[in-house]
Design a protein. Structure first.
Length: 568
């Protein structure tokens, strides 16, 4: 289409029957009061949806409406328009047709944006209409800052090669810290990690280079490589802001700090460790701005959610969440805690470290160096008249026994334990030396979980099972294995060609029934395992992963990965 004409949005929506005159009058008054865009006022007031506005504009301008959620974009074309200009003009290059660029605009009536985009790309452009929320999300996904990070790393290397007289200025220790090379580099790394939903940042010195990797959806990916000279400055700056000993390079250290970037407040847990070529640093990112998920948003199977809620709302007892590191145990415990946190209850947590901060809860950080151990804090916590106690981890026999005794004396105790599945958890407690009667009387429920990657909605499609996946499924589904359609993501720009976007949990639970309590009291592990296995039949982690496969939510390969962890 040609250069668009200016359109009065309110009149357009009224003419198409999407808005009333009264609603327009109210929206104009709100726009005058708040200064927000009129279209945003319509949407936030509930008068019309963002999609309806976009489609109405497309009809009026006789331009195509493009749903970016399903559109397979071409990153090489998108980058014809720099990120800053794409954000400023709410525009994105989507395709090319005979040297003409198809550009999606959130506001196709913005003539200034049209003219500027045409000038920047130096081609004739064809206007398409897109939703602003989808456009901004796509910009966040596609415009990676790898080149900027690499450029900042080179700048820092050059500054260090010049042997600056003021090393404090280089590290941002003096005034104007935000302009220091190492500060700019770290801020860019953190911003990119948050944008890509990374859970961890790995800074790893090698013999001739420094590798920075992000863990995204449980998988590590190389973000950039830099000169090894950068390593010292980065580690030193990170130690300074996290309060670690900058003179100690021979021993591992742990710390934490907070950063604020754009609209995000992130709590960073840092661990340094001496390696052959320097100090390796790993940072776990905990986005405090996203808030704590409620149990309703955990996507647990209804039966699992019902039994978990039944257990945690009891006046006393112990509930354990189990799984390996990175399986989402803490997220589940905090979701349960947020549901239990009411003014009528006193809640105390004993953690190492405190991962999420919850208002109204007394959270205690364990500090081994000053002998503030789980055992000491837990004993003191019991004298604080708590109703609910969360213990970060049942690390040893003493902590487990104190927790179990607390649950026997009228407290609800929530904690985690590193076991492969729910079935082996009571046996693990017994192996730690906990008396059988304590386990039998106190343990109410064990929830085991894993995180699986979810198929990308944009490129999720049916595929034919390879022989090994077919045989693996036959174990769970028998002759019904061929009665289902299986899906996986083929890989696209929306998922960085991985086929997956995000993760979700798969679960199993073991409830301590009267029969299991009696067997536990007798201390017969074999009989316990036999009865517990019969009780859990058809409700295992493996089966929950298979159910997610059948729903098209994940691939057979992901379900097999979870299963292999269980068999280790």
């Amino acid at each position: 289409m040609a250069r668009p004409e200016k359109i009065r949005l309110g009149d357009l929506l009224i003419n198409q029957g999407l808005l009333t005159a009264e609603q327009l009058k109210l929206a104009l008054a709100e726009q005058a009061r708040s200064g927000r865009k009129l279209g945003r006022v319509f949407v936030e007031s509930g008068y019309v949806t963002e999609e309806s506005i976009a489609k109405a504009l497309a009809r009026q301008l006789q331009a195509p409406f493009i749903d970016l959620k399903t559109f397979d974009v071409k990153p090489q074309l998108i980058k014809l328009l720099p990120e800053s200009q794409a954000r400023r003009y709410r525009a994105i290059v989507l395709d090319m047709d005979n040297e003409m660029l198809i550009v999606g605009f959130a506001d196709p009536t913005d003539l200034t944006a049209y003219d500027e985009v045409a000038r920047i790309v130096r081609r004739e452009i064809f206007v398409a209409v897109v939703m602003e929320s989808q456009l901004l999300s796509l910009i966040d996904r596609v415009y990676t800052r790898t080149e900027e990070i690499t450029g900042l790393a080179k700048e820092l290397t050059e500054d260090m090669s010049d042997v600056p007289s003021d090393f404090g200025n280089l590290l941002g220790l003096t005034t104007g810290a935000e302009d220091a090379p190492v500060v700019k580099l770290l801020n860019t790394v953190f911003e990119e990690a948050i944008k890509l939903r990374a859970s961890d940042i790995h800074i790893e010195p090698q013999e001739k280079s420094l590798i920075i990797r992000f863990r995204i959806d449980g998988v590590l990916r190389i973000q950039t490589e830099a000169d090894s000279k950068v390593s010292t400055a980065l580690v030193l700056r990170l130690k300074l802001i996290s309060g670690l000993d900058i003179s100690e390079k021979r021993l591992p250290q742990d710390g934490r700090f907070n950063i604020k970037l754009r609209n995000f407040e992130v709590d960073v847990r840092i661990s340094s460790m001496p390696t052959q070529y320097g100090e390796s640093v790993v940072m776990r990112l905990l986005n405090q701005s996203s808030g704590i998920l409620g149990l309703d948003k955990m996507k647990m199977p209804p039966k699992v959610l019902e039994r978990l809620r039944h257990a945690i709302h009891r006046p006393s007892g112990m509930v354990l969440v189990t799984g390996p590191t990175g399986s989402g145990k803490t997220t589940t415990l905090y979701a349960a805690l947020s549901e239990l946190n009411t003014p009528e209850r006193k809640v105390i947590t004993v953690e190492d470290p405190v991962e999420y901060r919850l208002p109204g809860i007394n959270q205690v950080q364990v500090h081994e160096k000053i002998d503030l151990t789980f055992e000491k804090v837990l004993r003191s916590a019991l004298r604080q008249d708590p109703d609910i106690i969360l213990v970060g981890e049942m690390r040893d026999q003493i902590t487990a026994e104190i927790g179990l005794r607390a649950s026997m004396t009228g407290h609800m105790v929530l904690s985690t334990l590193h076991t492969n599945d729910a079935l082996s958890t009571p046996i693990r407690l017994l192996d730690m030396g906990v008396p059988p009667y304590m386990v039998a009387l106190s343990l109410q429920l064990v929830l085991a979980q894993r995180l699986v990657r979810v198929n990308c909605e944009n490129c999720n499609e049916p595929y034919e099972l390879p022989p090994h996946e077919h045989e693996w499924l036959r174990y769970e589904l028998g002759d019904q294995v061929d009665a289902h359609v299986y899906k996986k993501g083929r890989g696209c720009s929306h998922c960085n060609n991985t086929g997956y976007t995000g993760r979700r949990g798969v679960y199993e639970y073991l409830e301590m029934t009267n029969t299991l309590v009696e067997v536990t009291n007798h201390g017969d592990p074999r009989e316990f395992m036999k009865i517990a296995r019969e009780q859990m039949a058809g409700n295992t982690l493996r089966r929950d992963a298979v159910n997610l496969v059948l729903a098209g939510g994940t691939s057979v390969d992901e379900a097999m990965r979870i299963s292999s962890q269980l068999e280790e």
